[in-house]
Design a protein around this ligand. Structure first.
Ligand SMILES: [Zn+2]
Length: 290
């Protein structure tokens, strides 16, 4: 059964893994003990462990239209060298079988859309073939924000080799070399009703993907928000936001825009079932209704 239907579009969730990823206070530097206590009281169970580790899901969304199969974000990937992220180093997960269970073979993917180019969103862009990183989806165009690509290309050229740059090297550059990357501007539309919208802050060229079909709407939000804590407190940016101040502005605007509407919200890391709607909460802030 699809995770969601938006007009003529059906959307599946393809999960790489879900895990207690990181401590809340580490991930949200401005989270106070009082705020944390409120979240333990008000958030649904399963969002956070008793000892305040945030439960995150790493998943893609597959959008099937009458014309195309579109894969949005590709998780962390198998076999990647991630020594600074031991839990993800040379990982082996059954992502391609999960994709197959969603009815999609790699050669059927027409577009891979990247909300941004962080290591946990580009991993399956490539896979290892005879010791070489090759595009996993041989017939796909990989849609990336030009601004985002050029930013990380500059960082890479400056000599930085952190986890993001290892991912740029093994999961983005091979796609570009294979002439499968399409670097797009701010209002790119894949087909009618599927378009990118800049939401900078988490990264400089971060985008969300707006879906509109048959009078219904959805938005794939990538990492504009990571966790339900940010609905209770939209002002909380993460240590992973490149520009925490701009991320705060962008996130607050996105949440307010979609709150109390029929727009289906498809976040990048909310645990299963991940998809829901945003409501204003009487206790303050907002809440997410799966
Ligand atoms: Zn992420």
């Amino acid at each position: 059964m699809p995770a969601a239907t938006i007009g003529q579009f059906s959307i599946e969730r393809v999960v790489e893994q879900q895990l207690a990823f990181i401590g809340a206070r580490k991930f949200f530097p401005d989270l106070t003990d009082e705020m944390l206590a409120v979240c333990h009281r008000d958030l649904p169970p399963g969002e956070m462990t008793r000892d305040s580790e945030l439960v995150l899901s790493f998943h893609s969304y597959v959008v099937k239209t009458a014309r195309h199969v579109i894969l949005v974000d590709t998780c962390c990937g198998n076999d990647k060298e991630r020594p600074l992220r031991p839990a993800f180093h040379r990982m082996k997960k059954d992502y391609l079988p999960a994709l197959a269970a969603a009815g999609v073979r790699p050669e059927q993917v027409d577009f891979v859309m990247c909300t941004h180019l962080h290591w946990d969103h580009v991993g399956w862009n490539t896979h290892l073939v005879d010791g070489t990183w090759r595009p996993t989806f041989p017939n796909a165009k990989y849609i990336m924000s030009k601004k985002e690509y050029e930013h990380w290309d500059g960082v890479y050229r400056s000599g930085v080799r952190d986890t993001h740059m290892q991912a740029f090297e093994d999961s983005v550059m091979p796609v570009h070399r294979a002439n499968q990357a399409v670097l797009v501007g701010d209002d790119y539309e894949v087909e009618q009703g599927i378009s990118v919208e800049p939401c900078p802050g988490h990264t400089v060229g971060n985008v969300v993907i707006n879906l509109a079909s048959g009078g219904s709407r959805g938005v794939i939000t990538g990492d504009v928000m990571h966790h339900q804590i940010q609905l209770r407190y939209p002002e909380l940016s993460t240590y992973a936001d490149e520009d925490p101040h701009l991320a705060r502005i962008t996130r607050t605007a996105l949440i307010e825009k979609h709150a109390d509407t029929d727009t289906l919200v498809l976040p990048g890391h909310f645990p299963a079932p991940s998809v829901g709607r945003i409501q204003k909460a009487s206790a303050g802030g907002f809440r997410f209704v799966y």
